[in-house]
Design a protein around this ligand. Structure first.
Ligand code: ATP
Ligand code: MG
Length: 582
């Protein structure tokens, strides 16, 4: 492609509303333009990169044995009513009525396709002999994200690869899951991304295992907990800590238990201000209702309870914060004065709570708190649990190492769904004995736009993007320094044509512009291999070749210019291939 014939609107200035590097660079390098919040147009360079990522995803899905399909984005709302996801998605689900003849039809734009695919399979599969198989598609999804942000990292329409596996038993599900997991590792490695598979919460959707694939990045919206000593990594919702149960049999003697007046003072901060204490000195008491029964969850004042951990510790299926009426019932006080001393419901405490001497906490009476609260003497616990989010420096649950918190971008998710959708949509099969069972499913998503954004977020320098060869919109950029110089133009054009004939994606900057201007743009758009053809160099029989990540160019004889480029490309492809897992 010749630069003068394409559309690459580069920008010198950093756009004011773009906060993160990927957003700034994708705008500045002319990859995308915003239509409105959460909606972006892909320009030629951006779309080439996106299509290359899509091609890698497709190749690896097919290599893993998945079959490509294409399902409607427009879906009838009643499928979401049957699975309960109309409510679960809430405002995120874009849905509306249209007029057809004399009636209204209620439709949704697919945020994902579990419903549609399960409905389809319920009509196509009858016997165990047809299973297992995995289907995938690459298609636009729609979600009315509350806060679309950071450019194409979170948008209201985005390209997703979604795959679904259908199995008769858990062994088949595990095999499908492992094949997808391995394909994901290959995809991100081929895309030149540093990635981290992390254990993830299965969530209310059910199922027993899921992993998110994260690209560690300072601006990532997700928090990842990982061990410095072993391969343990999990997302914040899921991450365990290696903290041990506290022996409370001895109890702790300390200051006298004292009730102090705290009129209208209900938050941790307000209590700390009034009583001149640190949040670490306080016991935060949260009243939950677990499977219909109230329970008081205790965490240290400066910690956050992790609801997934609370739910697992209680082995509860439903868990929600109690309303004012239930709080009054168990504490005898309005909201803000709950505490473990004398409360009328069971206690569930985090390990760290039992370490607090002379704690401060609500007194289960309006406008009052207790000071000098000590475990065993003033309230009792059977055991302590891991109930809070992990934090930097916590011990690892798997080894002697220490946990650290890093930020990441979720670029993919693999999930053992189980039978949630097959049950609610009637997708079942009969076994060898003519017995009917729901099909066991897995679902597997990749955000294709986020692959591109994650590359731009993690592979750049002060001058612009540094594309990996596999995803770069073009592999080689040829820069003739002076287009008015006929020799220069004829040599540059010869290379351009030769390389194109050899199947290389080449961009030639044939603009009438100063060399410095072209170099700046070349660095900004970040094409991996650059060849410079200049009048002086030609006189010495040379052209210059340089990788985007190299400081200085190599001078090579004009005659071997094309061979040199092809050689370097081949070597680079081999280097990348060597890092791809099996
Ligand atoms: P998030 O937690 O970031 O909102 P999610 O868990 O809702 O994502 P999934 O339903 O697991 O996302 O979708 C599969 C993949 O699609 C995600 O791993 C992510 O890469 C991508 N994705 C999800 N939402 C968006 C979005 N709004 N914009 C771009 N990509 C997205
Ligand atoms: Mg997810």
């Amino acid at each position: 492609m010749r630069w003068t014939q394409t559309l690459i609107p580069t920008m010198k200035e950093v756009p004011a509303d773009a906060e993160v590097p990927s957003h700034q660079l994708m705008l500045r390098a002319g990859l995308v333009r915003q239509l409105m919040a959460g909606a972006y147009s892909y320009l030629p360079l951006g779309y080439r990169a996106l299509r290359k990522a899509e091609a890698i995803v497709r190749e690896e899905m097919e290599r893993a044995g998945a079959l490509e399909v294409h399902l409607p984005a427009l879906q009838p709302i009643d499928l979401f009513e049957k699975t309960g996801r109309k409510d679960a998605f809430g405002n995120v689900l874009i849905n509306f009525e249209v007029r057809r003849g004399d009636r209204n039809v209620h439709l949704a734009l697919g945020p994902t396709h579990e419903e549609v695919i399960t409905d389809l399979i319920s009509k196509l599969v009858t016997t165990y002999r047809q299973l297992p198989f995995t289907l995938f598609q690459i298609q636009t999804k729609f979600r009315n994200e509350e806060r679309p942000r950071f450019g194409v990292l979170r948008t209201s329409e985005f390209l997703m690869k979604d795959a679904y596996s259908f199995s008769t038993d858990v062994e088949q599900l595990d095999a499908a899951y492992n094949a997808m997991y391995a394909a994901y590792c290959r995809i991100y490695a081929r895309c030149g991304l540093e990635y981290l598979p992390v254990e993830a919460e299965s969530g209310p959707i059910g199922g027993d295992a899921s992993h998110e694939f994260m690209v560690p990045a300072g601006n990532g919206e997700d928090q990842i907990v990982r061990c410095s000593g072993c391969s343990y990594a999990a997302n914040m919702e899921r991450a365990d800590t290696g903290r041990q149960s506290v022996d409370i049999s001895a109890g702790a003697d300390g200051a006298t238990l004292t009730k102090v007046p705290t009129p209208g003072v209900t938050t941790i901060d307000q209590v700390c201000d009034l009583l001149h204490c640190d949040p670490q000195q306080m016991i935060k008491t949260l009243i939950y209702v677990a499977d219909g029964k109230p329970i008081a969850v205790l965490v240290r004042g400066d910690h956050e309870a992790n609801e997934g951990k609370v739910r697992r510790a209680l082995n509860a299926t439903s868990l929600e914060l109690a309303d004012e009426v239930s709080i009054l019932e168990v504490t005898g006080a309005p909201v803000g004065f709950a505490g473990p001393v004398g409360i009328r419901c069971p206690l569930l405490a985090d390990h760290d709570v039992a370490h607090i001497r002379d704690a401060i906490t609500g007194a289960n009476a309006a406008d009052s708190h207790y000071t000098g609260v000590n475990v065993r003497r003033d309230y009792d616990l059977d055991a302590t649990h891991d109930l809070r989010n992990a934090s930097d420096g916590d011990p690892c649950p798997r080894c002697e190492g220490t946990l650290e918190i890093v930020h990441g971008i979720e670029v993919g998710h693999v999930f053992k769904l189980g039978t949630k959708y097959s049950t609610s949509l009637g997708a079942d099969y009969v076994d060898e004995n003519e017995k009917r069972h729901p099909i066991i499913m897995g679902c597997y998503g990749i955000g294709v736009n986020r692959i591109i954004a994650s590359i731009c977020e993690t592979r750049y320098d002060e001058n612009g993007i540094v594309w990996p060869l596999s995803i770069a919109p073009y592999e080689v950029e040829i820069i003739p320094l002076n287009i008015a110089d006929e020799d220069v133009m004829s040599v540059a054009t010869r290379f351009y044509e030769e390389l194109q004939a050899a199947g290389v994606d080449v961009l030639m900057d044939d603009r009438k512009a100063r060399p410095g201007f072209k170099f700046k743009d070349a660095d900004l758009i970040g094409i991996p291999l650059r060849m410079v053809v200049g009048g002086k160099g030609l006189k010495a029989g040379q052209v210059e070749i340089k990788w985007r990540w190299q400081d200085n160019a190599d001078k090579v004889p004009v005659d071997s210019g094309a061979a040199e480029i092809l050689n370097r490309l081949a070597t680079q492809r081999e280097t990348m291939a060597a890092s791809i897992p099996d």
